[in-house]
Design a protein around this ligand. Sequence first.
Ligand SMILES: CC(C)(COP(=O)(O)OP(=O)(O)OC[C@H]1O[C@@H](n2cnc3c(N)ncnc32)[C@H](O)[C@@H]1OP(=O)(O)O)[C@@H](O)C(=O)NCCC(=O)NCCS
Length: 149
Amino acid sequence: MLIRRARKEDYPAFAAIEAGQPGYPAWGVKGFEAEERNRNSVTLAAELDGQAAGFMNFWVLRPQVQLNTLAVGRAFLRRGAAAALLGKLFEYAAKSACREIDLEVNEHNAPAIALYASRGFEVVGKRPKFYNNTDAALLMRKALPSKDL
Ligand SMILES: CC(C)(COP(=O)(O)OP(=O)(O)OC[C@H]1O[C@@H](n2cnc3c(N)ncnc32)[C@H](O)[C@@H]1OP(=O)(O)O)[C@@H](O)C(=O)NCCC(=O)NCCS
């Protein structure tokens, strides 16, 4: 498993991963390209078997990090790619002297909620009808104690 900065050549693979997850908000190639113009934005790729197996994007808005998107290709699920991407995110957050990581997740997205809970995120709020005016978003946060900095 290799976690590295994403490159332009990865974006079609990222778009295919999004397309394989019905209902997941898709950025598409253009969305990932647009992030290159945001200097607070970091996009990471998880490589498995020499392929881009998953991705993550977050914004470093010190003292906060906002996790915007994270997905793994269906062929690569449950092999630790998301956990490895989150591990790298925690390193970035600590190096950037950030105190918390925030994200939104669909209330019915059990795999993602289990992933985040297992990595120390807690539900701190709820936004009703956030997705397509139907499903609520759970706001989850991981506090980073100063001893980790
Ligand atoms: C959520 C998602 C990113 C997890 O990716 P993954 O690479 O399969 O996850 P990992 O293999 O790193 O799993 C790490 C832990 O997360 C939890 N987890 C992951 N998938 C799970 C599932 N389907 N059911 C229950 N728990 C799950 C487990 O605790 C797991 O640890 P374990 O394998 O030791 O039991 C993936 O299912 C996905 O891409 N979903 C669609 C996109 C999405 O919903 N993204 C989150 C947006 S907020």
